[in-house]
Design a protein around this ligand. Structure first.
Ligand SMILES: *[C@@H]1O[C@H](CO)[C@@H](O)[C@H](O)[C@H]1NC(C)=O
Length: 538
């Protein structure tokens, strides 16, 4: 014990002295605060301490997640099979059930390659920053700063928006249930917005006062994730009408008015992709995981395999039991899956219970997303990448959580829910904005690690390695991402008017312009790419 404490203080000193010469702003974050507030038992294994020392970071969060609780965290953070139900409207507009089935298989294979690439990097540098940290380590030297800065922003935008989208789903699903149960209710878009904001408020409590209970809650939610899945799969197969295989798997539809079925299918891929994005959530918790350099990659790939399997069964179930697709798409509740449940069960109570399971799971998902999104913002602010970095990188000492970052995350999601008031396709715009920003950040990261793999020097040591398959997996992942990044920003239907336009690329462009302005004025000096602190050779 005494020995390890001794080592610890030596590591601290090493970390402290490293960043100083000629670059004062990088120390704004943590080193000034002196002694760590984190108790020894929450500081992880010796491998964790070594990793933190190599990365030049101080342990300020508690390492209280293990493989199983992390699997639970990741599963709720993605809300995979629950998500595919909520995004059903996208495929019913473009592609139909065959796209849901084949598109999901294709995207699942592609994204597995992407996450394998990411898991390997997570084993090299298990840091809450994730993508932008890896970019800064592996990009060509001259471009390290700029590329990692932008990937930090892209990841931040992706997570912030994803969190907003989940709060939005919860709010509007509650509204959908009201529509179902009360025929006199008059649907107003701003009601959905207010309900989304209430979800945001709900998330505050679980990310502040109950934060230390988060791992336990994740474990319980994991059980509901599985039990709820059985409840819905069994109900649909037993009670819903059955489609024949030809209709379910081969009759592609094109209800978006696009010139070809192929184009329509590419655009509809947003639905299967939406539940295959965000498995980097565990990465942003890496400084809260025990033995992160091996637990983390395992948790990433474990959550990918488990959730792809769960979604695949739901997808197959839906293809055969959805009933009349046009009528599902036109559901007054706003959510085709609620209509499908109602037609299958013929009971308001039954439908409400099944839908409530989805709502609870998505609310749990929102809680996890706030956690992941705030950690990412916090980590990026710690390196000076965001306006207000000094404030944003603060950790509240009593709770060991990044309170300012949590607050900003909640504000952003409340603001984004306002989009719903003026747009009929808010969910589409938010989902694709989150998807594109995150996919570009994956792309940049994998491109950089590929560059390093080819040009050398050799990649850092890792306990979870792709071995000689690394090169081909990285290349295949990149080739898969290119068309998706392009098509996911398209609107679902044509002709396009202001009200049904997918404004995601405009919003992304706008955010990146803000990022650029900040970079030119302050960021150039305040942002210190994490690689500066990394000491691989010591
Ligand atoms: C639900 O049932 C109604 C009435 O039988 C029918 O008109 C509609 O097409 C069905 N919808 C779905 C999604 O199966």
């Amino acid at each position: 014990m005494a020995d390890s404490l001794h080592l610890d203080s030596k590591q601290m000193k090493a970390a402290e002295s490293s960043g100083t010469p000629g670059s004062p702003p990088e120390d704004i974050d943590i080193f000034d605060e002196g002694v760590s507030h984190v108790a020894e038992k929450f500081r992880g294994t010796s491998a964790d301490k070594r990793d933190m020392m190599v990365m030049g970071k101080k342990q300020v969060l508690r390492r209280n997640f293990n493989f199983i609780t992390m699997l639970g965290f990741a599963s709720t953070c993605i809300a995979s099979w629950e998500g595919i139900l909520t995004y059903l409207a996208f495929v019913l507009t473009d592609g139909g059930t065959p796209l849901l089935f084949w598109g999901f298989i294709a995207c699942a294979i592609g994204q597995t390659l992407v996450y394998a690439s990411i898991a390997e990097m997570a084993s090299m540098s298990p840091t809450a920053g994730g993508q932008y940290h890896w970019v800064s380590e592996f990009a060509p030297k001259r471009m390290r700063k700029v590329l990692s800065y932008y990937s930090g922003w892209l990841t931040a935008i992706g997570w912030q928006v994803y969190n907003a989208s989940v709060c939005f789903l919860v709010g509007t699903m509650v509204q959908g249930l009201i529509v179902l149960n009360d025929p006199t209710y008059i649907y107003k878009r701003w009601h959905g917005t207010l309900l989304s904001m209430s979800t945001t408020v709900f998330c505050i409590s679980f990310n502040t006062v109950f934060a230390s209970r988060l791992p336990i809650i994740e474990g319980m939610i994991l059980i509901l994730h599985v039990v709820g899945w059985f409840a819905i799969v069994i109900t649909l197969w037993v009670m819903a009408p059955r489609a024949d295989a030809h209709t379910a798997l081969l009759e592609f539809t094109n209800n978006g008015g696009w010139s070809s079925d192929g184009l329509s299918a590419m655009i509809g891929l947003l639905a299967p992709m939406a539940v295959l994005i965000g498995y980097d959530c565990s990465v942003h918790m890496s400084e809260e995981i025990k033995d992160a350099s091996v637990t983390l990659p395992r948790a990433i790939m474990g959550s990918v395999i488990v959730n792809i399997t769960l979604v695949f069964v739901i997808v197959t179930t839906l293809c055969f039991t959805i009933g009349d697709q046009a009528s599902a798409a036109a559901s007054a509740t706003g959510y085709p899956f609620i209509q499908v449940f109602y037609n299958a069960t013929g009971s308001l109570a039954g439908t409400s219970v099944l839908t409530a399971i989805i709502i609870v799971m998505m609310a749990a998902c929102a809680v996890s997303e706030v956690a992941a999104a705030s950690r990412q913002v916090w980590a990026f602010a710690r390196d000076g990448g965001l306006p207000g970095s000094v404030w944003l990188s603060r950790i509240s000492p009593d709770w060991n959580i990044p309170l300012p970052a949590v607050t900003v995350t909640l504000l952003v999601s409340a603001l984004i829910s306002l989009i719903n008031i003026g747009s009929t396709v808010a969910l589409n715009a938010i989902t694709s904005l989150g998807a594109i920003a995150t996919l570009i950040s994956y792309f940049l990261t994998i491109a950089c690690v590929l560059y390093r793999r080819i040009t050398g020097p050799e990649l850092p040591p890792r306990r979870w390695s792709l071995g000689r398959w690394g090169l081909i997996i990285n290349v295949a992942a990149l080739l898969f991402l290119i068309p998706l990044i392009f098509f996911l920003s398209w609107p679902l239907t044509t002709p396009v008017k202001a009200i049904n336009m997918n404004w995601s690329s405009t919003m992304l462009g706008g955010s990146l312009i803000i990022a650029t302005i900040y970079f030119l004025i302050w960021g150039r000096t305040s942002y210190v790419p994490p690689v500066v602190h990394v000491k691989r050779d010591v």
